[in-house]
Design a protein around this ligand. Structure first.
Ligand code: NAP
Length: 307
């Protein structure tokens, strides 16, 4: 029988949301409710068959959000990055984030986990001020903290999944592989997050503890870091597991100031989470069981890049 405790998930059919849906289904303390623009999509149908509720909602439409969130005890939020010019049809990430928080308040949601990141203008004292997709999340995070709803934010690193979603890992005709990212050299440290595994783990741990440990948890930001390693070390792990040569090369700048500043800042700040022990004891202490880069390569890279 499914639990009457509902966790709504915004971004439920995407990388982070699916990670949360899967862990919540596995654990069974809560029933996940996936909010999507398209309940008839293949992913929506698949998660419904696995036991999730699926409800239509659009983050640009507050009324649809309030309706979809009613009866939910908790909520996981993913917001997507956007660029001006903004309009009612294409609101900013900040507008969407605030819309969701307001709707959650109206619907009586008690706890929110927000997928966020460090605001780089503040972190770097104004040196990197163009990375809107970090600064916008930081603004929403502050709005959430002031909302009166119990809350926690996840600060994510570079997604390990970028290797195939963004094409940072490529097969060469000679059977070797190349990993390439702008600005980083092979030895610069970066903070990586295995989204499919660790976003779900971190969120579930917070969901299961927020009531009894709300004084400790609420208002805090938790780095979710699978590893703080260099791209050269990452390439060496892939090489060992696949038995293929994997070389790291510095890619050319993207040519878009938001992205280029993000890479430059991440290189300078060693991925932003260098002071976070891995696995993060603040989350493992709540029961999160993080993956490792070796497991990520075994389960996700091997099947995509072996032949
Ligand atoms: N790549 C990285 O290294 C990295 C690192 C740190 C942070 N991030 C952040 O991660 C975020 C992307 O997360 P992700 O990869 O999990 O996203 P994703 O896989 O692209 O999924 C996007 C989700 O958003 C939903 N969605 C889009 N527009 C919507 C709307 N108007 N109303 C309701 N739902 C809507 C989609 O659902 P439906 O289509 O089903 O409606 C889908 O489930 C970005 O904000 C990015 O800045 C990325």
């Amino acid at each position: 029988m499914s639990s009457s405790r509902i966790v709504a998930v915004i971004g439920a059919t995407g990388q982070q949301g699916l990670s949360v849906i899967r862990k919540v289904l596995e654990d069974k303390t809560f029933t996940p409710r996936a909010l999507t623009r398209d309940p008839s999509s293949a992913t929506s149908k698949q998660i419904q068959e696995q036991g999730a509720e699926v409800v239509k909602a659009d983050t640009r439409d507050k009324v649809s959000l309030v309706d979809a969130l009613r009866g939910s005890e908790a909520l996981f939020i993913v917001t997507l990055s956007g660029y001006p010019p903004y309009s009612a049809d294409k609101p900013s990430e900040v507008t969407i984030g605030k819309n969701i928080v307001d709707a959650a308040k109206e619907a009586g949601v008690r706890f929110i986990v927000f997928s966020s990141g460090p605001g780089l203008t503040k972190l770097t004292g104004g040196k990197y001020s163009k990375v809107s997709f970090y600064d916008d999340k930081a603004q929403v995070e502050e709005y959430l903290k002031a909302s009166g709803i119990l809350n926690a934010s996840l600060h994510l690193g570079t997604f390990t999944e970028n290797m195939w979603t963004q094409g940072t890992l490529k097969k060469n005709e000679t059977g070797t592989l190349t990993l390439s990212v702008p600005f980083f050299t092979a030895s610069d440290i970066n903070g990586f997050t295995w989204v499919g595994h660790d976003v779900g783990e971190a969120t579930l741990a917070l969901l299961k503890n927020y009531e009894t440990k709300s004084d400790d948890i609420s208002g805090r930001a938790y780095p979710v870091v699978t590893a703080n390693i260099s791209h050269g070390e990452f390439a060496a792990i892939i090489s060992k597991v696949l038995g293929k040569e994997v070389t790291f090369i510095t890619a050319p700048p993207i040519g878009h100031p938001n992205y280029d500043e993000m890479f430059e800042a991440a290189r300078e700040y060693q991925g932003f989470y260098i002071s976070t022990p891995v696995p993060n004891p603040e989350l493992t202490g709540l029961g999160a069981k993080f993956g490792t880069i070796e497991e990520f390569v075994q389960t996700e890279i091997k099947k995509r890049f072996s032949d």
